[in-house]
Design a binder for this molecule. Structure first.
Ligand code: UD1
Ligand code: MG
Length: 454
């Protein structure tokens, strides 16, 4: 049977008090509406139409790589009006249309699949996703009699008895496309809010003796986001799901509550993650690696058997058997080799560091290519910026760079070289040589006592 989906995403989300359209707020590194699109796709629903409103352009841009189509709802006159705006998308289609909202990202693949198969098995005209909750305040309530679902009544339209109903409409549905298209225009806005309620379609179906069903799901999956507080609650649930999945896969997470892993991060088994780590974007952590507390790693690949502590690593690669930190800062486009040591208060920017090289303390390396098995003394600075432009430093293999060396770029240090501590290197250091670039020490004997007698 043919399936497609509508995602309602035209609301502005005023309560977010943010310039970002509501559905573009991220949960564990991915925009809410993209969570919904990806979940639908994982359940095999490919034909997806997103109903956009005032922030149409932004939403289109951020969902652009997901192959969805769009319908525009200029003014938000209610959920039925939103669906009407997608009639062009539904035209001439036969089968099932799922309707979800772009601000409820916790819905699972499993539930989407259940919803589809439940609707098909019993040949329903409509299936409503429902939950039983303790405090149903604000939600549409499910009206039933002995034969089943009779309708949905919005909170603001409930009478005293209806307010006591604790089975709520989650705002997610599966409809027969033809039945929906035929009847969507019959919905009026004759209610307290003067809105066109999609929920009114149920009463219309019942009147026409069409079959209506309900699919109960855990309330957690249906949680929507209207405010920063709700966003944080939804994020905590998503975070817990992600961490649980990694732990099932063999990642040892010491304290899941304080470990923040984005949805697209990949982590091998046999790894350990201590509290306070924030793993973002397309980061990959390879087998045997230990992340000691408090690092932020974004879009980076951390090789096998690496240890990282208290460091920031952005858009970079760390080779296997290396150590990073504490307090290292590895900036974008850096490629750190195998068996390297990047120690405390070391900043590396857009540089390549060869295998076996040690940069142990208090050093800045920017726009440089460094060979293998070099040793950087404490306090080395690559002077890569002359105030106008950035220049490159190239260092060969087996260079021993003394403490407090300045390497004024552009400059080259060849293989098998030594640089004396305190040197400011402005010219090439040839192979197999020692460079000393500092004033020679002069000791003036008796200088102190002479000064005193003056
Ligand atoms: C809706 C349901 C209610 C259900 C609740 C679950 C209706 C009439 N009521 O109420 O039964 O319990 O969801 O959360 O549907 N939207 C548009 N265009 C519009 C109006 C809304 O795109 O003109 C979008 C909103 O951005 C939002 C979603 O549709 O993502 C739901 O709309 P909202 O106004 O929040 O409906 P509720 O009052 O929450
Ligand atoms: Mg709502």
């Amino acid at each position: 049977m043919y399936n497609c989906a509508l995602i309602l995403a035209a609301g502005e989300g005023k309560r977010m008090k943010s310039n970002t359209p509501k559905v573009l707020h991220k949960v564990c590194g991915k925009e809410m509406v993209n969570h919904v699109i990806d979940t639908l796709k994982s359940a095999g629903i490919e034909d997806i139409n997103v109903i956009v409103g005032k922030s149409a352009e932004q939403v289109k841009e951020k969902t652009g790589d997901r192959n969805a189509s769009y319908s525009l709802q200029d003014a938000q006159l209610g959920t039925a009006h939103a669906v009407k705006c997608a009639l062009e998308f539904l035209k001439d289609k036969k089968g099932t249309v799922l309707i979800f909202t772009g601000d409820a990202p916790l819905i699972t693949k499993d539930t989407v699949e259940k919803l589809v198969s439940y609707k098909d098995e019993e040949d329903y005209s409509g299936v409503i996703v429902t939950s039983i909750i303790e405090n149903p305040f604000g939600y549409g309530r499910i009206l039933r009699d002995r034969d089943g679902v009779k309708g949905i009544i919005e909170h603001k339209d409930c009478n005293k008895d209806e307010l006591l109903i604790n089975e709520i409409n989650a705002g997610m549905y599966a409809f027969d496309i033809e039945d929906l298209v035929e009847n969507i225009g019959k919905i009026s806005n004759d209610n307290v809010q003067k809105e066109y309620y999609l929920t009114d379609i149920i009463k219309i179906f019942v009147k026409q003796n069409k079959k209506v069903g309900s699919l109960p799901v855990p309330f957690e999956e249906t949680l929507g986001v209207n405010s920063p507080l709700e966003l944080s609650k939804v994020e905590a649930i998503m975070r817990n799901r992600i961490n649980t999945m990694h732990m099932i896969n063999g990642v040892k997470i010491i304290d899941p509550v304080s470990t923040y892993i984005d949805v697209d991060v990949k982590i091998d088994s046999n790894t350990i993650i201590y509290p306070g780590n924030v793993l973002q974007g397309n980061t990959e952590i390879k087998e045997g690696t230990i992340l000691y507390p408090n690092s932020r790693i974004e879009n980076s690949i951390i090789g096998e058997n690496v240890t990282v502590q208290c460091s920031v690593i952005l858009d970079s690669t760390i080779g296997k058997n290396s150590t990073v930190g504490p307090y290292a800062y590895i900036r974008p486009q850096s490629v750190i080799g195998e068996r390297t040591r990047i120690g405390d208060f070391v900043e590396i920017k857009k540089s390549v560091i060869g295998n076996g090289t040690k940069v142990s303390h208090l050093t800045y390396i920017g726009d440089a290519e460094v060979g293998q098995n070099c040793n950087f003394g404490c306090g080395t600075v690559v002077v890569n910026y002359d105030g106008k432009k950035k220049c490159k430093t190239i260092i060969g293999n087996n260079a021993f760079i003394g403490c407090n060396t300045n390497l004024v770029s552009p400059v080259e240090v060849k293989d098998n070289t030594y640089i004396a501590a305190g040197s400011t290197i402005t010219e090439e250091v040839p192979e197999e040589s020692l460079a000393i670039a500092r004033a020679r020490q002069v000791n003036i004997k008796g200088w102190v006592s002479k000064r005193k007698t003056k």
